[in-house]
Structure formats: structure tokens, C-alpha cells
Design a protein around this ligand. Structure first.
Ligand code: ADP
Ligand code: MG
Length: 237
């Protein structure tokens, strides 16, 4: 058998089921996210994409099925079996998150927003600020660190959110329609800069999008329909 390092799963989900009241959001999803890949998750609105992402990232615990995280060189973690305090800890240490809207704290400057995860990790403020400023510069935001989120354009604010999600060098970045609120030029700009950074650092990305142009930036694409993987999908080779 040929071992292909690039095809090692970093997250494997098996038999995920999850309901909200009577709504079955996930009805038996199997998915391997491969280490280092940029995976696009597509599918119609309401098909279960966000619920799937929340299960993979340990934001919610599925009603049944398992999510296993395989951190490089460490013991696999059964995320779906962990109590919330441990899942919260894991999200902070190993994962980054970018959402569509309203994720920056409006009363803090851009650089302060980016620093938050570093400070939560116990970094000292001067180091946190300098690292955050460097990352903002790499995202084309030099000189904008002292601006409040309300003083930035939508695309600039999303780049600040990307910086905040990546400042701790997470193993996996979860992005839920990260450019869904932007026009196509701003969207392309955010994606290009974000993917340059993650490809440099080997960060795995799970990115929900309903836009084929956005999915074209990914290494692989899967489709969720009615809480299940789209036709032709196999979780692993
Ligand atoms: P998508 O991200 O593909 O649009 P979601 O995962 O958000 O889909 O939602 C899947 C289904 O679960 C939808 O029918 C949605 O209305 C429902 N749902 C999602 N989150 C909740 C919630 N917190 N409470 C009730 N229903 C929810
Ligand atoms: Mg969604």
C-alpha cells in the first residue's frame, strides 16, 4: 500500500446525526477532512452546512455519531465525546473561526481585536500587539490597526477577522461563508490573502460557501444536501 502523507485525515466524522426539535439538520454524515487541504463545503441554504461545521469544530455535540480530531503527533481526540469546557479549550488552542457577519468587537481597534486570542493564550500585551500588527500588514492592512471596526470597509473588517482567526496559528481554520457579505472584488481579495497565509503555514481549512467562484479556490469540494453528503461522495478512499 502506498502511504500518502497528504491524505491523512485531520478530522474524521462518522454517522453524524443532529436535530433541532423536529428538524433533522444532519442525517448520517461521514466526512474526512485531510491534513493541509482547503475543503469547500457547498450546498443549498438550510442543507446542514453550518451544523456540520459546528459538529466538526466541537461547537455543538451531535446527537449521535463521532468526530475525531487527529492533531499532528498527538493522541487522537474524540471531540464529540468531550464535555463543553474541554471542547471550548480545544477550539481555543487548535482551531480558528471566521464567520460572515459581526464578529469583531466594535469598541476595540483592529489590532486589539486580533490580539484577543493571543491574550487568552497568556501572551503578554506588547508581544500580542506586535504579532497582530505583523499579521494585519500581511493582510494588506498596514496603518489600519488603530481603526475601529466601524471605520473599516466590509472587506477590510473581514481581513481583520481572518487575522484574528489565524493569529494563534490554528491547525484548522473553520470559515462559514467568510465572504458571503462582500462584493466579488472584495471577496476575491479576502480569499486570496487568507489562502496565501494558510497555504504557507499548512493550516487545514474547512470553508462553507454557496458560491462556485469561492469554491474554485479550494483543493476539494463536497456538497451537502438535506443533511447528507451529495451523490457520489465517499468519506475516504
Ligand atoms: P445551512 O448552513 O446549510 O444553511 P444549517 O446547518 O444552518 O444549514 O441548518 C440546517 C437546518 O437546521 C435548517 O433547517 C435550519 O433551519 C435548522 N437549524 C439550524 N440551526 C438551528 C437552531 N439553532 N435552531 C433550530 N433550527 C436550526
Ligand atoms: Mg449556514
Amino acid at each position: 500500500m502506498i502511504t500518502n502523507h497528504a491524505a491523512t485525515p485531520i478530522i474524521s466524522a462518522r454517522g453524524l446525526h443532529h436535530s433541532f426539535g423536529r428538524t433533522e439538520a444532519l442525517r448520517g454524515v461521514d466526512l474526512d477532512v485531510l491534513a493541509g487541504e482547503v475543503l469547500a463545503v457547498m450546498g443549498p441554504s438550510g442543507s446542514g452546512k453550518s451544523t456540520l461545521l459546528h459538529c466538526l469544530a466541537g461547537v455543538i455535540k451531535p446527537d449521535s455519531g463521532s468526530v475525531t480530531y487527529h492533531p499532528g503527533g498527538r493522541t487522537p481526540v474524540a471531540i464529540s465525546a468531550l464535555p463543553e469546557p474541554k471542547r471550548a479549550r480545544l477550539r481555543l488552542t487548535d482551531f480558528g473561526f471566521v464567520f460572515q457577519f459581526g464578529q469583531l468587537l466594535p469598541e476595540l481597534s483592529a489590532v486589539d481585536n486580533v490580539s484577543i486570542p493571543l491574550l487568552l493564550h497568556g501572551a503578554r500585551r506588547p508581544e500580542a500587539l506586535s504579532k497582530s500588527a505583523d499579521l494585519l500588514e500581511r493582510l494588506g492592512l498596514d496603518g489600519l490597526g488603530s481603526k475601529l471596526p466601524g471605520e473599516l470597509s466590509g472587506g477590510q473588517a473581514q481581513r481583520v477577522a481572518v487575522a484574528r482567526a489565524l493569529v494563534t496559528s490554528p491547525a484548522v481554520l473553520f470559515a462559514d461563508e467568510p465572504t458571503g457579505a462582500l462584493d466579488s472584488l472584495a471577496s476575491e481579495n479576502v480569499l486570496t490573502l487568507m489562502l496565501d497565509l494558510v497555504r504557507d503555514s499548512g493550516t487545514t481549512v474547512v470553508m462553507i460557501t454557496h458560491d462556485a467562484r469561492t469554491a474554485a479556490y479550494a483543493d476539494r469540494e463536497v456538497i451537502v444536501r438535506d443533511g447528507a453528503m451529495g451523490a457520489g461522495y465517499r468519506a475516504s478512499a
